[in-house]
Design a protein around this ligand. Structure first.
Ligand SMILES: Nc1nc2c(ncn2[C@@H]2O[C@H](COP(=O)(O)OP(=O)(O)OP(=O)(O)O)[C@@H](O)[C@H]2O)c(=O)[nH]1
Ligand SMILES: [Mg+2]
Length: 221
C-alpha cells in the first residue's frame, strides 16, 4: 500500500544508508538542491541532527518530489539519511522502520572497506524481517577511482554479505554533481540540472528504485 501525505499525494520513504563518512548527508543535500533550485534560488537546507564533530547523530531528513519517469505517477519522497557511526546502530534500525527502499552509499576507498561489513549485516537483518529493495551507490569517484577494480571488489563484498540488492552498482560523485550545478547556475544562469551527467548519475538510482518499489506494490494488489 502507498502512504499518502496530507494533500493526498502518494509518498515513499527512502532511507540513505551506509557507513560513516560515505557521503549520505551530502547526497541528501544535493537532492534538496535540485528540488529547491527549481523553485527559488540556491537552497540545500535539510533537517539535520548532528554531533559537535558535525557528523550526523540521529538522522537528516527532507521531503521532496523529483519528476519521475513519464510512466510513474507524481510522488513525494520522504528521504532520511542515517548516522553512519557504529555507535548509532540502534538509531539506524529505528529509521529503517517503514522504509520502502534503501539507497546504500559506499565509499570505495580501501581504508573504509572494513566499515562496510557491519552495515551490510544491519541491512541483512532488516531484510530478514521484511523485503525492502536496496540500490548501491559508490560515491567519491572524483578521487582515484578504478572503475573495474573497485566495482569488482565491492560487488564481491556485497555478494558475500548475502543482502538482496539491485544490480548494477552506480558510481557517483557528490562533489562533481554539486560543482557542476553551481557552475551551471553561475555561468549559464540555468537550472536545467538534469542535462548534467553527474546529476543524472545521482538521479538515476532513485528512478530505478522507485520503479522497483512501484512494481512490487502493484503486484501485491
Ligand atoms: N571527494 C569527495 N568527497 C565527498 C564526496 N561526497 C562527500 N564527500 C565528503 O565526505 C565527507 C563526509 O560526508 P558526509 O555527507 O558528512 O558523510 P555521511 O555519510 O553523512 O557521514 P555520517 O553522517 O557520519 O554517517 C565530507 O567531508 C564530504 O564533503 C564526494 O563525492 N567526493
Ligand atoms: Mg551524515
Amino acid at each position: 500500500m502507498f502512504k499518502k501525505d496530507h494533500s493526498g499525494v502518494r509518498s515513499l520513504k527512502f532511507v540513505i544508508f551506509g557507513p560513516a563518512g560515505a557521503g549520505k548527508t551530502t547526497l541528501l543535500k544535493l537532492y534538496s538542491f535540485i528540488q529547491n533550485h527549481n523553485k527559488d534560488g540556491y537552497e540545500e537546507e535539510i533537517i539535520s541532527i548532528n554531533n559537535p564533530l558535525e557528523e550526523t547523530a540521529l538522522f537528516d531528513q527532507n521531503v521532496f518530489s523529483i519528476d519521475t519517469t513519464t510512466k510513474a505517477p507524481l510522488l513525494n519522497y520522504r528521504m532520511f539519511a542515517v548516522a553512519g557511526q557504529p555507535r548509532y546502530k540502534e538509531i539506524r534500525s529505528i529509521i529503517l522502520n517503514g522504509a520502502d527502499g534503501i539507497i546504500l552509499v559506499l565509499d570505495f576507498q580501501k581504508q573504509n572497506i572494513n566499515l562496510i561489513n557491519p552495515i551490510l549485516d544491519e541491512i541483512k537483518s532488516f531484510q530478514e524481517k521484511e523485503y525492502v529493495p536496496v540500490i548501491v551507490l559508490l560515491n567519491k569517484t572524483d578521487l582515484e577511482f578504478n572503475q573495474k577494480v573497485e566495482m569488482q571488489e565491492l560487488s564481491e563484498l556485497l555478494q558475500d554479505s548475502d543482502i538482496n540488492y539491485l544490480e548494477p552498482l552506480y558510481p557517483i560523485s557528490c562533489i562533481d554533481a554539486k560543482d557542476d550545478m553551481v557552475e551551471m547556475v553561475k555561468i549559464e544562469k540555468s537550472m536545467n540540472f538534469k542535462k548534467l551527467q553527474s546529476v543524472q548519475a545521482i538521479l538515476k538510482p532513485i528512478m530505478v528504485l522507485t520503479n522497483r518499489v512501484i512494481n512490487q506494490k502493484t503486484l501485491k494488489f
